[in-house]
Design a protein around this ligand. Sequence first.
Ligand code: GLN
Length: 250
Amino acid sequence: MRLRVGHLYPDYLNIYADRGNIAVFARRAALRGLELDVTAIGLGETPAQGDYDLLYVGGGQDREQALIAPDIAAKGPALAEAVAGGAAVLAVCGGYQLLGRFYRDRYGSELPGAAVLPLHTVAGERRMIGDVLLECSFAGGPPRTIAGFENHAGRTVLDPGAEPLGRVVAGFGNDGSTGLEGCILGRAIGTYLHGPLLPRNPWLADWILAQAAAHRSGGEPPELAPLDDRLEAEAHAVSAERARARGGRY
Ligand code: GLN
């Protein structure tokens, strides 16, 4: 099976090695005999319905976000259609913010978003920087943890009834006060967590890959064969410990 991956704005939104998430998808897919077909989607290029099984967008500084915001807003209807059609999505930090309705930067400029995720973001004075640990239960079964690194001025407000990605165990998360982080809508995930995120959270990479495979086959998410993730587990443990020790402090 070939999974079609659309990488939005790889030249603009890629900080903290966010591009590394694509490498993790490719490697974990290949170890299960799945191939990844990665296509860059840039300014003025709008994905057609059903073109992609997985859409990915990384993070970026306010400056880069301002350069792409009008374009991602114009792609909004197509991206919303893709999400409604069951495509998997992973959006990180600045990309996560711009899948919402808008990001108002600290000078008060409102950058339009794709309005795919039920949220908006307003920048605060102090940046929220550090290691983060989340507890999640969206994947069913016992709660699982996600560990990563955050650096953002934006405070994200979820609409009433919107589902967060997880509960903050340590760190700031969406806004440093609600104790919530990220947002999940169907198979679309938005999060502030960089790192890159996936090398230290292999279960999340597999969950997203399985959703993309379900989109491709039109069936249920497949059970992916387990891999030897001892190194990933160590990286997760170190990251989680750092978050507990000093996450969520200005
Ligand atoms: N520029 C945005 C903010 O500061 C996003 C930053 C990022 O992607 N790390 O909130």
